[in-house]
Structure formats: structure tokens, C-alpha cells
Design a protein around this ligand. Structure first.
Ligand code: NAD
Ligand code: UDX
Length: 462
């Protein structure tokens, strides 16, 4: 099969950046160029100080430091990179539509289509185009028809190669993936892409399917994973009412090898850029085929998640004697999970919004998220004006400062450092009674209770 020597990736985000960095590290003979229209992002990827790259992932700056300038390049020259490459990954964002038909449900494919048209315009020789973005099933058909009607005699093969990395463990997931999935029609092109991965992934972990199965498998995987979280979260509420402990229930059921122990951690709700978007997309697709029962079944996973975020906030208000107006509430964590600086769809945003509607004063501490990002997340909701958000919310870089003189502490992200704090010191500086709302079940409940805290832990009944 064709040996690939030059790869271009369109989109230098949370997927394109880490994925291409690892390909470049593992395939020193392939020149990998990652392009983006966002010049600020590209400049950050090129920052001399590798700790300033725009995506925080454990181990990523080391990989970038090794490959960057050798065979890994970040650039805004999209046309040039397309022209040079034999294989082009499309890794642009596919957010939920915010307008028009399918608003709030369907994936917005405008960035994908723009990429296809740009490739069609620029390409002078045959290209393998790889869908790395998560796309609705049958998108490859649309790409094909855009690419094939250029009349310039260039042959395009389209492959689906969805990415299964999770943020916070991206490098580890890329280095040792459970599987790499490649869907396509052309055996030769599938082989060319499989050969790239075979530089470090065992052949048995490289699965090939038809293109539609590959596209649909990505939505399915995320739907199943999110469903497990919503399932355990649904039970967490019942545990709180009955005196059961959801962590014990999870351990008990997780030892059944058919169920398995992973992804059974009750939480304040799942976040991240993928789960909600991909399930809503699945629901929209099912509806578009008239499969209403299928659509309703999956939509419930998202509805349960919304409920979980609301009931967490609601419980804070009820516990604080039905009013949080003017009360200082310290947020530990803003990212949607630990070990990432990504905040997209983070439960913290929605819990904060709910409490701000009750006129709470929120002080946020997160080890990796910037103040600018936190305000941007709140402003994006459009619930109140920007001035009000800055008046009610303060961002600090010292957790003890965040919790000083607070009525309550709410844990929104499971960062490891939260466990290690000097909780006696925190207790001494907080208002009394000192409430802790542990939305991630990470703190030592017994120890904190002994110190005098009033502790609520998600999924733990009293
Ligand atoms: P992202 O928003 O971090 O990055 C996308 C980048 O594409 C942005 O920097 C944007 O400027 C750029 N872009 C958009 N249109 C462009 C164009 N026409 N030309 C050049 N650049 C353009 O998004 P992400 O989190 O990396 O996700 C990308 C895709 O991967 C999505 O489809 C997502 O569903 C999927 N995915 C994400 C994850 C994850 O954990 N984030 C995991 C698996 C799959
Ligand atoms: C997810 C998929 O795991 C990954 O395969 C896909 O490529 C992209 O979407 P990501 O969103 O980065 O990855 O992180 P993930 O670890 O799946 O966590 C998603 C959300 O679920 C987080 O908010 C996390 O805190 C929450 N979660 C996860 C739980 O609340 N409980 C769990 O047991 C697991």
C-alpha cells in the first residue's frame, strides 16, 4: 500500500493537537503539520515554553518538546499543508447547532463542510481524507459528494477514524489505545492509515469496518459511557434517601465481570464537550428516521444528567436554610474532570448559574482553569449581564483564600490535591456551621465530620 510521508491535520484543538503530537513522536519519518485558522492557538502551540501550549494534558508537553520542529509543525497556512500532504485528518469542532433546523440537538457541520471545500479547491493530487472529528452517521457521503465534484481529476478516499481518547488521560490513551477504529471502502487507503498506527499499536487492536459502522460506533460508545454515569447518578439519589452508599453499591455491582468496575463513579453530573453533544446528535438522527422510542430512550441520559446538576445546587440552597443570597460559597474545581483545563459543559458552570440566580457569591479555585475562561463560560449562558457575573463571582489562585469565611464549600471537580488540603485549617477559617458539599465523593467524610464539618457527599445517605 501507499506509504504515507506527509500528514496534515486541520484543527489544532484538544483532539488534533495531542493526536498528531503522538503520531509525530511515534513516526519520525512522517512529517506532521497541524493547521488551524485560530492564529492565537497556533502561536500557543509554538510557544518556546512548552508549558504554555494551549491544551493541558499530563505528559503532553514532553511529547511536543520531543517532536516539535523535528517532524511536528503547527501552522496557520492551511492551503500549503493540504497541498503537501498525502493524508489529511479533519479534526475540527462539531458542536451542537445553536440556530435553525436541529437547533440544540443536531451537530453543526459547517466547519466540516468548509474543510471539505477547501481541500477540494486546493488538492492537485490524490488524497486520503480522514474523518477524525465525531460526525453523524453518513457524513462521509456528504464529504464524498463535495470532494468528487471538483472536476480536477483528483481522487479522494474517505476514511472514518474516530478518536476515543478521554481528556486528562489523552497521551496515555493515544499511546496504548484499547482499539483504533478505521472505517472505509478502499482496502489500500485503510491499509495506509493502519500502517501509520502500526508503528506503535499492535495489529490486533486495529479494527476495520465499513464507513457507516465506524461513524456510528463513535456516537454509540459515548452514549453507552454517558449512560453508565447517568445510571449510577440516578441510583445516587435513591442511595441518599435510603441510607445506602452509592460507592459501596458501585463496588458491589462492578465486581460482576459483565458489568465491570469502570465508569461507575457518581458525580455532580457528567460534562465535557462530547457526551451531551453526541447523545443529542444520536437522538436527532434517530428522530430523523422516525425512531421516536429510540430517541426518547437515549434522551433520558441527558435529562437525568440535567437533573443531577440541578438537584446538587438545590440541595445546597435547601441545606443553607433556603437562602444563599449574599452568602459566600467556595467552588473547588471548575474543569469538567481532573487533569484538564477544559471546561466545556462542565457541571460547575450550571451549578454556579443556578446559585447565582439565588444571588449567591461564588469564589472559584481551580488549579488549571483561568479566570478569563470562567467568566467566558458564565457569560456564554447569557443568564445575566457580564458586569453582574464579575460582581458575584471571584476567581482566586489560593484554595484557602477561596474557603476563608465561606458558608459552604462545594467540590465540583475531583482534582487529587483537594484531598490533601489541611482541612482543620479550612474549618478554623470558615463560618459556622461549616458546610461541605462533595459533588465528587473525594473527601474523607468521616475525618471532616469529626472536625466539625457538616458534610454532604453525593450518593451517600445518612
Ligand atoms: P476544539 O474546538 O478543541 O478544536 C477544533 C479546532 O478546529 C479549533 O481550534 C478551530 O479553530 C479549528 N477549526 C475549525 N474550523 C476550521 C477550519 N475550517 N480550518 C482550520 N481550522 C478550523 O475541538 P476538539 O475538542 O479538538 O474536537 C474536535 C472533534 O473531535 C469534534 O468533532 C469532537 O467531537 C471530536 N472528539 C473530541 C474529543 C475530546 O475529548 N475533546 C474526543 C474525541 C472526539
Ligand atoms: C469522553 C469519552 O470517554 C472518550 O472516549 C471520548 O473520546 C470523548 O468523550 P471525556 O469527555 O474527555 O471523554 O472524559 P470522560 O472521562 O469520559 O468523562 C466525561 C464526564 O463524565 C466527566 O465530567 C467525568 O467527570 C464524568 N464521569 C466519568 C463521571 O461522572 N463518572 C464516571 O464514572 C466517569
Amino acid at each position: 500500500s501507499k506509504k504515507i510521508t506527509k500528514i496534515c491535520c486541520i484543527g489544532a484543538g484538544y483532539v488534533g493537537g495531542p493526536t498528531m503530537a503522538v503520531i509525530a513522536q511515534k513516526c519520525p519519518d512522517i512529517k506532521v503539520t497541524v493547521v488551524d485558522i485560530n492564529s492565537r492557538r497556533i502561536a500557543a502551540w509554538n510557544d518556546e515554553d512548552v508549558d504554555k501550549i494551549p491544551v493541558y494534558e499530563p505528559g503532553l508537553s514532553e511529547v511536543v518538546a520531543e517532536a516539535r520542529g523535528r517532524n511536528l509543525f503547527f501552522s496557520t497556512e492551511v492551503d500549503k499543508a493540504i497541498d503537501e500532504a498525502e493524508m489529511i485528518f479533519i479534526s475540527v469542532n462539531t458542536p451542537t447547532k445553536t440556530y435553525g433546523k436541529g437547533k440544540g440537538m443536531a451537530a453543526d457541520l459547517k466547519y466540516i463542510e468548509l474543510c471539505a471545500r477547501q481541500i477540494a479547491r486546493v488538492a492537485k493530487d490524490d488524497k486520503i481524507v480522514v474523518e477524525k472529528s465525531t460526525l453523524p452517521v453518513r457524513t462521509a457521503g456528504a464529504l464524498k459528494s463535495i470532494l468528487q465534484n471538483t472536476g480536477n481529476g483528483v481522487r479522494f478516499d474517505i476514511l472514518s477514524n474516530p478518536e476515543f481518547l478521554a481528556e486528562g488521560t489523552a497521551v496515555q490513551d493515544l499511546l496504548a489505545p484499547d482499539r483504533v477504529l478505521i472505517g472505509g471502502d478502499s482496502e489500500e487507503s485503510i491499509r495506509a492509515l493502519a500502517d501509520v498506527y502500526a508503528n506503535w499499536v499492535p495489529e490486533k487492536n486495529i479494527l476495520t469496518t465499513n464507513v457507516w459502522s465506524s461513524e456510528l460506533s463513535k456516537l454509540t460508545a459515548n452514549a453507552f459511557l454517558a449512560q453508565r454515569v447517568s445510571s449510577i447518578n440516578a441510583l445516587s439519589e435513591l442511595c441518599e434517601k435510603t441510607g445506602a452508599d452509592v460507592n459501596e453499591v458501585a463496588r458491589a455491582i462492578g465486581t460482576d465481570s459483565r458489568i465491570g468496575p469502570k465508569f461507575l463513579k457518581a458525580s455532580v453530573g457528567f460534562g465535557g464537550s462530547c457526551f451531551q453533544k453526541d447523545i443529542l446528535n444520536l437522538v436527532y438522527i434517530a428522530k430523523s428516521y422516525g425512531l421516536n422510542e429510540v430517541a426518547d430512550y437515549w434522551e433520558q441520559v441527558v435529562l437525568m444528567n440535567d437533573h443531577q446538576k440541578h438537584r446538587f445546587a438545590d440541595n445546597i440552597i435547601t441545606t443553607l436554610y433556603n437562602t444563599v443570597s449574599g452568602k459566600k460559597i467556595a467552588f473547588l474545581g471548575w474543569a469538567f474532570k481532573k487533569d484538564t483545563n477544559d471546561t466545556r459543559e462542565s457541571a460547575a458552570i450550571h451549578v454556579a448559574d443556578y446559585l447565582l440566580n439565588e444571588q449567591a457569591e461564588i469564589v472559584v479555585y481551580d488549579p488549571k482553569v483561568t479566570e478569563e475562561q470562567i467568566y467566558a463560560d458564565l457569560d456564554y449562558l447569557n443568564t445575566r449581564d457580564e458586569k453582574e457575573n464579575r460582581k458575584l463571582v471571584t476567581v482566586v489562585n489560593d484554595p484557602y483564600k477561596a474557603m476563608k469565611e465561606a458558608h459552604a464549600v462545594a467540590v465540583l471537580t475531583e482534582w487529587d490535591e483537594f484531598r490533601a488540603y489541611d482541612w482543620q485549617r479550612v474549618y478554623d477559617t470558615m463560618l459556622k456551621p461549616s458546610f461541605v458539599f462533595d459533588g465528587r465523593a473525594v473527601l474523607d467524610r468521616e475525618q471532616l465530620t469529626d472536625m466539625g464539618f457538616e458534610v454532604y457527599t453525593i450518593g451517600v445517605g445518612r
